[in-house]
Ligand binder design. Structure first.
Ligand SMILES: Cc1ncc(C[n+]2csc(CCOP(=O)(O)OP(=O)(O)O)c2C)c(N)n1
Ligand SMILES: [Mg+2]
Length: 544
């Protein structure tokens, strides 16, 4: 939109957010930002007040993953700095989140006063967020405020990474002197010669290969590349695997989809197939040590075609400036159809029905039960810990999100709030450890307040089970809570204590029917874990 006469900076910012289809802003007010909250509350945007700022940051991240943009708004320092972790996650895992922070007014700063919430320099928070975002700006100049809002928002949408806007409180009602804005998005200019050369090199490599494979990453989801990726796979009859972060990037019913690749986290046969391939086409995949298991040999660089948003690497050289255009070009290139040979389709191996009704459930059985419980309209959110490892192996009919690379505990419950507000037709199902739940589980209160009904499964093994695999000590134990009683404290929601297979099945069914949130506490033996975490534990012990 063009800026109309008399439109304030706040109104302009709100209008640009609305332009993107965003309808919710997560956050907690404070005196430096409350004037802006007041303006948001008078706009079509709904404010979602969370229990803690980190909850708002995680909720905005999950909202962004579902909807293409999420917005979190907080006060200076005490709120803003609590978002350092969630913004770092959004940066690392490519999630387009706009962080807006209030700040002391420009006039207030003139005599360098000791104002509350100040750390050292007034500019400290901006400096922190410069490192954690793809673009940032302080909206302190009426001449540039509108174009700075546009610049940051465009960068967030283009790079699928977080951006930061700091709004001094005396700028909230200012009408910018220069009413500029809405510049067209600049895309990098790449000569067609570069694309032609990369296309012919990549197509030649794929055609010459005996066992090419596509490794799809989270970029396929973020950049909407499913159609093109499947187009390439089907044209060349090339099987696909996904990284754990991109687990739901390829729908599991796709006949060419094998399963999750990734060191010890992924399926062993799939990982062997990918590492034995003579041409790995990586699409939007960012391989971390978690994917590579830090113990596997990984993939030989000389066999990789790596396509990302802003660069293409083929074998040992880079085509800078080239991005996902190559995927489009390859789908149209003369590709041979490959003979399939033996492909391990791990995604089709459904886990056996192993739950015995009247005996205590094991961790492995919980994951089996969840796999069978999930429906297409659900979204599974796994928190960090065995919740993530166990989920890596189960078959999912629905989208999946997690902090599978940055690996910050506490994303699960607030993530569910973001998911359901972004897509009310979806039902969030969270699997979380007791440790992660103690960090941010109180956001079930936010779910209750806004009428949301996530199903939260708490795997209670009395502490940090994943870390016990590395070093077992009292530092891995946590204080025991009565998780199933949390709804009583909140004053709404359902609490279930599910010790046996029968109790778990009944709890899941009741939770499915309820219009309120549910917490299902599953007590586990201290040393019980999913097969995946057991493998990881064995590998670690072998190495030590
Ligand atoms: C915010 C944060 N703090 C610490 C860690 C280190 N860490 C990784 S796994 C883990 C234990 C998780 O415990 P829990 O949520 O109970 O899951 P479990 O491992 O028992 O399945 C910890 C502390 C982390 N990843 N994130
Ligand atoms: Mg635990």
């Amino acid at each position: 939109m063009r800026m109309a006469e008399g439109v304030t900076i706040s109104e302009y910012l709100i209008a640009r957010i609305l332009d993107q289809g965003v309808r919710h802003v997560f956050g907690i007010p404070g005196d430096y930002v409350i004037g802006f909250f007041d303006r948001i509350s008078k706009s079509p945007l709904q404010l979602v007040i969370t229990a803690v700022e980190q909850g708002a940051g995680f909720a905005a991240d999950a909202y962004a993953r579902m909807k293409g943009l999420g917005v979190v708004c907080v006060t200076f320092s005490v709120g803003g700095l609590k978002l350092a972790n969630t913004t770092a996650q959004a940066f690392a895992e490519k999630s387009p989140v706009l962080v807006i922070s209030g700040a002391p007014g420009r006039e207030e700063r003139l005599k360098n006063p000791v104002l509350h919430h100040r750390v050292n320099l007034f500019s400290d928070q901006l400096r922190v967020f410069e490192r954690l975002t793809t673009a940032s700006a302080e909206l302190s100049d009426p001449e540039t405020a509108a174009s700075e809002i546009d610049r940051v928002l465009e960068a967030v949408l283009r790079d699928k990474r977080p951006g930061y806007l700091e709004l001094p409180r005396d700028m909230i009602a200012v009408v910018p002197a220069v009413q500029r804005g809405n510049r067209p998005m600049a895309s990098p200019v790449v000569g067609t010669g570069t694309l032609d050369e990369a296309q012919s090199e990549a197509a030649g490599m794929i055609n010459a290969a005996e066992r090419p494979v596509i490794l799809a990453g989270v970029g396929v989801e973020r950049h909407g590349l499913l159609g093109q990726t499947l187009g390439l796979a089907r044209k060349g009859n090339i099987p696909l695997a996904a990284t754990i972060l991109g687990k739901s990037a390829i729908p599991e019913e796709e006949p060419l989809y094998m399963g999750v690749y990734g060191g010890l986290v992924g399926n062993e046969e799939v990982s062997k197939y990918v590492e034995g391939s003579d041409c790995v086409i990586m699409v939007g995949a960012y391989l971390s040590d978690l994917d590579l298991g830090s113990l596997t040999s990984g993939i030989d660089q000389g066999k990789i075609i790596h396509i990302t948003a802003d660069r293409v690497t083929i074998r040992h050289h880079v085509y800078p400036g080239l991005g996902f255009d190559l995927l489009e070009a390859l789908s149209g290139a003369g590709l041979n159809r490959h003979e399939a040979g033996h492909v391990p389709y791990a995604s089709r191996q459904r886990l056996p029905d192993g739950v015995v009704p009247d005996t205590p459930v094991s961790a492995e059985q919980v994951f089996q039960a969840v796999s069978q419980f999930l429906e297409e309209k659900d979204v599974l959110i796994a928190d960090v810990g065995d919740s993530l490892f166990g989920t890596a192996e189960i078959s999912l009919p629905c989208p999946f999100i997690s902090s599978a690379y940055y690996a910050s505990m506490g994303f699960g419950v607030p993530g569910a709030v973001g998911v359901q507000l972004a897509c009310p037709e979806h039902r969030p199902v969270v699997i979380t450890g007791d440790g992660a739940f103690q960090m941010t589980g109180m956001e079930v209160s936010t779910a209750a307040r806004y009428g949301l009904n996530p199903v939260v499964i708490v795997l209670n093994n009395g502490g940090y089970g994943t870390l016990r695999m590395i070093a077992d000590g009292p530092f891995d134990d946590i204080h025991s809570w009565n998780y199933a009683k949390v709804p009583e404290v909140i004053g709404s929601g359902n609490g279930f204590f599910a010790r046996t297979g029968q109790e778990l099945a009944e709890a899941l069914n009741s939770a499915r029917r309820s219009k309120e949130f549910s917490i299902i506490e599953v007590p586990l033996q201290r040393d019980d874990s999913s097969p995946c975490l057991r493998r990881l534990g064995m590998a670690i012990r072998r190495r030590l």
